[in-house]
Ligand binder design. Structure first.
Ligand code: MIG
Length: 746
């Protein structure tokens, strides 16, 4: 399949395809309206749905959408003109012709003038956020996310093209490999090619975040995570046995370091057989899970899709007997190797295989008292086929998934596996938690994602910012990179900076490779441990805010991390990639370079208050701020009330027993928390704080007041009068449990 990635697509041979059928309809899902345009050549494709957009309702007439017209083969929409074209069958690389039914269908694509547009999206890419000038295949691949490596583990065939503050959103709902060439083969043109005889497009237009919301909700609302998933996770490839695991647990307790879960990498299994545990390395795993569980620390095991093909191993025997495995071109079970050798792969495109897997997951997780599941190697990655590593570590393109070819559905492998895993975990009555490496639009319904095997260097620390921002813009709000870096050895400086950045990742896990130096937060001793403890405690203080953002992502599809341009599209500096917004209230400017003691920060328009020092900055403009290891440059927007908790860990409930709204004063002040049990299915409630500040008087009140909710103001002189609060050590503290409270400075 590597030939595909280097293929110089003969775009100049694209021609208007003959005899094409089309369907143009306005659709609605989760309150989002979009145009769907389906072009097809085989009659059977006319009634097709998905794979990402399921259950969209066709609207009788197209209300509330900019008009779309299709004339000949040109789509006109919101000032964009997209020409539909076909690449003649004979010009395709021969290996890919079977995707077009083996017959003579051309592959379908689009071309469109880019003008001055900026392009974003396409999920996980190891490069800057802006996609102009590059070409991108959507084809899941197990490759290190180092600069220049493309594609990576996930496939997200969608883009946002920005003209000023308006964005065009285009989602290609096809699982077959597709290419997005955004000014690479022709600087002024966008070109899309799908190796499929049909083209299923969704189009919408609006402000950036509206389009992000639309694209995300079309492919499905992000899951509502359990609160603990937002805590701190510690992993390593591998904690080799029970003793090693307990030692890490003990060190965290001794050092008073927050910890939510420990992760079990591949060595916990017996002979790399999924759903087994080694009786030698982990003889009492259930008891260990209980012991740690009593202190709130959970265990998350890795579950890879490769099933060891060993006679007598029940998972294999059953899957084989029931015909649930991917087959070769001779309709036999396809055998290859991954960690287990030989291995076979469940065919997750099939409902029976998903139901089978769901039940295995349920029994395994319940049996050992695990908290969730970590899916790796789910591109799927294959280490051996017929004695050697196959191209792109992929199954053969012609392998069979029922009536379909591997290449046609490869991009959906992780999605099917996650759906099955989610189902199995749901049966346990808790909110499922899954971490996935591979994905396709829709994966956000089931899983968090991490960006795979990065390296312990500042370059990869910095790269994680555009990578996570892009995943958020592409519909996947819950993501993180391996904190400290996976390959190679971390240094204490790198790890400390990364722990501070990780404290803001939607998913915060420290993980490293086999044979690398230890990088738990205590690994380097003082003064480093102390600084990392601060970062961790800060994460736990921030949890009410993160949880509210997670809930918002679940309700509205909006990402936790947002590029500055999403809120300030008219500002040139808002396109920088070393700063980002966490929700609307916070703007982060992490240190991304070695040896840096001062950080240059672009302050966006408006007033922003340093969360740690209370210093107030007026934007837009550049400032220099000190960047010690004991904190991270973080700024709160005027007019926001940021909910903070006492740093209690591990997590218990999202009805935080003590809440403090940190206020950044502005004419109007707003903030909110989402309160529920932090797990389970019971609906929670939003609780809002509102207020006003006219320069002399601050008034505040909390909807449905409750005990132990405070408001806190930094950086103001002592008020003349206070009602319902005190002035202490330079801070104004107001007790929001007391109805309306106020302070006056004149
Ligand atoms: O090729 O399970 O990205 O996080 O530790 C190595 C072992 C396979 C790759 C994952 C990494 C994990 C490792 N896996």
């Amino acid at each position: 399949m590597e030939d595909l990635l280097s293929w110089d697509v003969p775009f100049h041979h694209l021609e208007a395809p003959q005899g094409l059928a089309s369907r143009v309809e306005a659709v609605e899902k989760e309150g989002v309206r979009a145009w769907r345009v389906l072009f097809f050549q085989r009659p059977s494709d006319g009634a097709k749905e998905g794979p990402a957009v399921l259950g969209a309702r066709v609207l009788p007439e197209p209300p509330g959408l900019p008009p779309l017209t299709l004339e000949g083969s040109t789509l006109a929409f919101a000032g964009w003109r997209l020409a539909l074209l076909g690449l003649p069958h004979g010009l395709l690389l021969p290996a890919y012709r079977p995707l077009l039914d083996g017959a003579s269908y051309p592959a379908l694509g689009l071309t469109f003038p880019l003008g001055g547009a900026r392009c974003y999206g396409l999920g996980e890419r190891a490069r800057g956020l802006e996609r102009r000038g590059g070409r991108y295949w959507n084809l899941t691949a197990d490759r290190f996310p180092r600069p220049g490596q493309d594609p990576l583990y996930q496939a997200h065939p969608l883009i946002l093209c920005l003209r000023g503050a308006r964005a065009l959103g285009l989602l290609l709902d096809e699982s077959a490999p597709s290419l997005f060439d955004l000014g690479f083969s022709h600087p002024g043109e966008g070109r899309v090619l799908a190796l499929a005889p049909r083209l299923d497009l969704y189009l919408l237009e609006g402000e950036v975040l509206e389009v992000v919301r639309g694209l995300t909700l079309l492919t499905g609302r992000p899951l509502m995570p359990p609160l603990w998933a937002l805590g701190y996770h510690q992993s390593r490839y591998s904690y080799m046995d029970e003793e090693a695991l307990k030692e890490v647990f003990r060190r965290f307790q001794e050092e008073d370091l927050p910890l939510e879960s420990l992760w079990l990498d591949i060595h916990y299994m017996e002979g790399y057989k999924v759903f087994t545990v080694s009786p030698h390395r982990f003889p009492h795993l259930r008891a260990v899970a209980e012991e740690m569980g009593a202190k709130g620390v959970r265990l998350v095991p890795i579950v890879d899709p490769g099933v060891k093909a060993e006679p007598g191993y029940p998972v294999y025997e059953e899957a084989k007997a029931r015909g649930l495995l991917v087959q070769n071109e001779r309709d036999e079970v396809l055998l290859g190797g991954v960690w287990p050798r030989p291995a076979a792969w469940p065919d997750f495109t099939r409902e029976e295989a998903r139901a089978f897997w769901a039940e295995k997951v349920r029994a395994f997780v319940e049996g050992f008292g695990f908290a969730g599941v970590w899916n790796d190697m789910n591109e799927p990655a294959v280490l051996e086929l017929e004695g050697k590593e196959p191209p792109l570590k992929a199954l053969p393109p012609g392998a069979r998934h029922g009536g379909r070819l591997h290449l046609e559905v490869r991009n959906l492998y992780a999605l099917g596996m996650a759906e099955a895993t989610f189902r199995g975990l749901s049966a346990l009555g808790r909110r499922p938690f899954i971490l996935t490496r591979s994905g396709f639009p829709g994966i956000q319904r089931y899983a968090f994602a991490w960006t795979g095997d990065n390296a312990s260097c500042f370059e990869d620390l910095a790269l994680s910012i555009p990578m996570l921002l892009s995943l958020g813009l592409s519909g996947l709000p819950f993501a993180g990179a391996d904190v400290g870096g996976f390959n190679e050895d971390a240094t204490p400086e790198l790890l400390t900076r990364w722990m501070w950045l990780g404290a803001l990742y939607p998913f915060f896990r420290n993980h490293t490779a086999l044979g690398t130096r230890r990088q738990e937060p205590y690994a380097f001793g003082e003064p480093w441990t102390g600084w990392m403890r601060e970062a961790l405690r800060f994460r736990y203080r921030l949890l009410p805010y993160l949880y509210a953002l997670a809930r918002q992502a679940h309700e509205d599809g909006l990402p936790l991390w947002r590029p500055l341009f999403a809120h300030f599209p008219q500002e040139l500096e808002a396109y920088r990639e070393d700063q980002f917004l966490l929700g609307e209230a916070l703007m982060a400017a992490p240190v991304v370079r070695q040896g840096e003691a001062v950080r240059e920060v672009w302050i966006p328009p408006g007033t922003w208050q340093d969360l740690f020092t209370g210093e107030v900055f007026a934007g837009p403009g550049l400032v220099q701020v000190p960047a010690p290891f004991s904190r991270l440059p973080l700024f709160q927007k005027a007019g926001t009330a940021l909910p903070l908790a006492e740093p209690r860990y591990p997590t218990a409930t999202a009805r935080f027993p003590h809440l403090t709204f940190r206020l950044a004063l502005g004419p109007e002040i707003r903030g909110r928390v989402y309160e529920d049990e932090g797990d389970g299915q019971e609906e929670g409630v939003w609780r809002e704080v509102c207020g006003a500040f006219d320069g002399k008087r601050l008034h505040l009140f909390l909807e449905e007041p409750r005990e132990r909710v405070m408001a806190e103001v930094l950086g103001m002189p002592r008020p003349l009068r206070i009602r319902g609060g005190v002035w202490r050590e330079g801070r104004l503290l107001l007790d929001l449990g007391k109805g309306e409270v106020w302070a006056r400075w004149a």
